[in-house]
Design a protein around this ligand. Structure first.
Ligand SMILES: *Cc1c(COP(=O)(O)O)cnc(C)c1O
Length: 398
């Protein structure tokens, strides 16, 4: 089969919409256009039925109750609601939040805002693979601690965190536990009950659903988790997130979760096979290539490599027919170096030569074979024309 260009290998930034998801959404743009809050007529009932089916489909993927799903505009909003919402709700008695140094900016920037508002935030370091030590979390919990927020899987290096251990610690200490599962959802199994997760942020566009839709899982428990809403209005979503629901988007999110539940296991095997091939072939054909992230506890579709001696920007320019990234899409407009790669202890040279490959549902083995050949070619060429490469190789320690 002929290759089609450009090849998309940036599936951590966003994923293409699955045609089946589009199919499910389309009627909700046209004949089923009702407002899900309209209780008096069929248009409203149809829209509401679409929303409630989606709530059930999402809940089923994570072993939750549909009543525990609150729709938002994406994981960023869900994270804001979870962190600010609980911080404000418990601020009369407590003022402390624990998170990690490798969180997505949605978490880190929310925490910075909370710091400005007077909350105390601990940013727990990670090891060289990006793993958080649950004991480091445990040590920092005080009677003042409201919430622990640790991402399920990292969006740059794919490292999967010890969520079950952290959930257990939080449950034992009576501290709320939030996880940002935007990258983990639909890629690896998530059971919010088994993992003792109280709050979880998820997003549709990372799992072949539409952009601008997400959800916050809020565990129903006693005592009830208190959250002060960020958006007030008509009292939608149990008063926690007002605003007319994005019905087509929500329906698409539900369908995306249904597909993920049915196909995740197979898909993880397939993307892992392609990922491993990409990694092994590149490392076989090029020297001085380093894996960033955990060699085993890592998302099956993630590969993050540093190509010593070349700038990732130069590699991108050399192979514009492949969509790649140096890391987080959300900070790629700034010149700021990846805080994740910094946190795992990489030196500046290896940070600026890092490339993230995100393999997705629609990538083929032919595409991976093509990318292997091209990256080897481009890196060899860049190293050949770099008088510095040999010198740096001899003098740099890492
Ligand atoms: C994409 C992503 C987000 C933000 O999700 P949006 O739905 O785009 O707001 C948050 N955290 C992680 C880990 C992500 O990968």
């Amino acid at each position: 089969m002929a290759l089609r260009f450009p090849i998309y290998l940036d599936n951590h930034a966003t994923t293409p919409l699955d045609p089946r998801v589009l199919e499910a959404m389309l009627p909700y743009f046209t004949e089923k256009f009702g407002n899900a809050s309209s209780r008096q007529h069929q248009f409203g009932w149809e829209a509401e039925a679409g929303v409630e089916l989606a709530r059930k489909q999402i809940a089923e993927l994570i072993n939750a109750n549909p009543k525990e799903i609150i729709f938002t505009s994406g994981a960023t909003e869900s994270i804001n609601l979870a962190l600010k919402g609980t911080a404000l709700a418990y601020s009369d008695k407590k003022n402390h939040i624990i998170t990690t140094q490798i969180e997505h900016k949605a978490t880190l920037d929310t925490c910075k805002r909370l710091e400005k508002m007077g909350f105390k935030i601990d940013y727990v370091p990670v090891d060289r693979y990006g793993l958080v030590d649950p004991d480091e979390i445990k040590k920092r919990i005080t009677p003042e601690t409201i919430l622990v927020s640790v991402m399920f899987a990292n969006n740059e290096i794919g490292t999967i965190e010890p969520i079950e251990e952290i959930g257990k610690i939080c449950a034992e200490r009576g501290v709320l536990f939030h996880t940002d599962a935007a990258q983990a959802l639909g890629k690896i199994p998530i059971d919010v009950q088994k993992l003792n997760i109280d709050l979880m942020s998820i997003s549709a566009h990372k799992i072949y659903g539409p952009k601008g839709v997400g959800a916050l899982f809020i565990k129903k428990k006693t005592p009830k988790i208190k959250i002060i809403p960020i958006i007030d209005g008509g009292g939608h979503e149990g008063g926690l997130r007002s605003g007319t629901l994005n019905v087509p988007g929500i329906v698409g999110f539900g369908e995306a979760c249904k597909i993920a539940k049915a196909e995740m296991e197979e898909e993880a095997k397939r993307t892992k096979y392609l990922r491993d091939k990409l990694q092994n072939e590149i490392m076989k054909k090029l020297e001085d290539v380093y894996l960033n992230g955990h060699p085993v506890n890592r998302l099956p579709n993630n590969l993050n490599l540093s190509f010593f001696g070349v700038e990732s920007e130069a590699i991108f320019m050399g192979m514009k027919e492949v969509a790649l990234s140096s890391g987080s899409a959300c900070s790629s407009t700034s010149v700021e170096k990846s805080h994740v790669l910094k946190a795992i202890g990489l030196n500046d040279d290896l940070i600026s030569s890092a490339i993230r490959f995100g393999i997705g549902r629609f990538n083929t083995e032919e595409e991976i074979d093509y990318v292997i050949d091209r990256i080897v070619e481009v890196v060899k060429h860049l190293r050949d024309i770099s008088p510095k490469y040999k010198l740096r190789k001899e003098t740099t320690k890492f």
